[in-house]
Design a protein around this ligand. Structure first.
Ligand code: A2P
Length: 317
């Protein structure tokens, strides 16, 4: 499988298993099936509330000799309630304990949004910190510390726009190495991709399949379905693949890691096979020129409840 390469030469498999929305009771088996199928990159986060179970699966795979720790690439993410400099390490240590790991390959600030300690999802003004309370540069310094401690090999963020990335770069010292954002043919993020490339920041595409299994509370009823897009369906028929495989294959020539979530063995196998698919240039051009643009994870769940944050803190419009 193709790898992305960090500036120190470390490699990250371009395809990983997503675990957002994978329920405890399902994710243990999913991780084991994935490792058996050849996945070596698993994308996790504290807020997915399933890291304990992912940890059990990683421990089982390593102790059974299915895989060596050094051959796995494990990502986790710092939740919004651990953004104060002194809380970053606490958040990380909890994920390491749950995942039964001594280090992470990659640790990301999950969102440029801060909550008070212990808040899962802020539901009142008092549960938020503002950027004056906790500047994002402070969180970044906490991330730099845990990297220098050797607890994580690489650091970065998720859901950061160009303005926020510039703020972090201005901190100096170790710069961001990864920005994980929603990406698929309906949200190609060209401007952000160009900025990240120019600044040596690798990228990962989340929700590459449109995350149709989101809770109805964060899903619009009339949202489009990538699997039913006419161009994607046509390419799937032409290559004798599924629409999901076309969506995964789309990320590979762009040099962007992709983390489709599945808890189904057949689909886990199908998705890893897609990392080998080479779409012809003219077919990539078709996908890169689809007119419809749509953001599935719109961030409005952080801007209600008298939140001090606005959508412009998340996305460039
Ligand atoms: P399941 O976990 O039952 O396989 P995303 O990665 O964008 O968050 O999308 C995840 C959703 O896509 C889940 O509902 C997942 O269901 C489904 N999914 C994953 N792989 C495939 C596939 N190859 N074909 C169809 N649906 C898929």
């Amino acid at each position: 499988m193709k790898n992305l390469i960090f500036s120190n030469g470390d490699e990250m498999p371009i395809l990983g298993l997503g675990t957002w929305k994978s329920k405890p009771g399902e994710v243990y088996q999913a991780v084991l099936w994935a490792i058996e199928a050849g996945y070596r990159h698993i994308d996790c986060a504290a807020i997915y509330n399933n890291e304990t179970e992912v940890g059990k699966a990683l421990n089982k795979a390593i102790s059974d000799g299915l895989v060596n720790r050094k051959d796995l690439f494990i990502t986790s993410k710092l939740w919004n309630d651990c953004h104060r400099k002194e809380d970053v390490k606490k958040g990380l240590l909890k994920s390491l304990k749950d995942l039964q790991l001594e280090y992470l390959d990659l640790y990301l600030i999950h969102w440029p949004i801060s909550f008070k300690k212990g808040v899962g999802f802020a539901e009142s003004r008092e549960q938020f910190y503002t950027y004056s309370d906790v500047p994002i540069g402070q969180t970044w310094q906490g991330m730099q510390f845990v990297k220098s401690d050797g607890l994580v090999k690489h650091i970065g963020m998720s859901n950061f726009n160009i303005a926020k990335l510039k703020e972090v770069i201005a901190v100096g010292g170790n710069g961001p190495e990864m920005n994980q954002v929603e990406m698929h043919p309906y949200l190609r993020q060209e401007g952000l991709v160009d900025f990240c490339r120019a600044n040596g920041i690798l990228m990962t595409a989340y929700s590459p399949l449109g995350s149709g299994d989101r809770a109805s509370s964060i899903k619009k009823q009339d949202e489009p379905n990538l699997f039913e897009d006419k161009i994607i369906e046509k390419l799937a028929a032409q290559y004798r693949l599924t629409p999901a495989q076309i969506l995964i294959a789309f990320s590979i020539p762009r040099g962007i890691a992709v983390i489709p979530k599945s808890v189904n063995q057949e689909r886990i196998n199908q998705n890893i096979a897609a990392a080998k698919v080479e779409l012809k240039k003219e077919d990539m051009d078709l996908l890169l020129n689809i007119e419809k643009q749509y953001r599935f994870i719109d961030g409005t769940f952080f801007t209600g409840f008298h939140s001090p944050y606005q959508l412009s803190d998340l996305w460039e419009f």
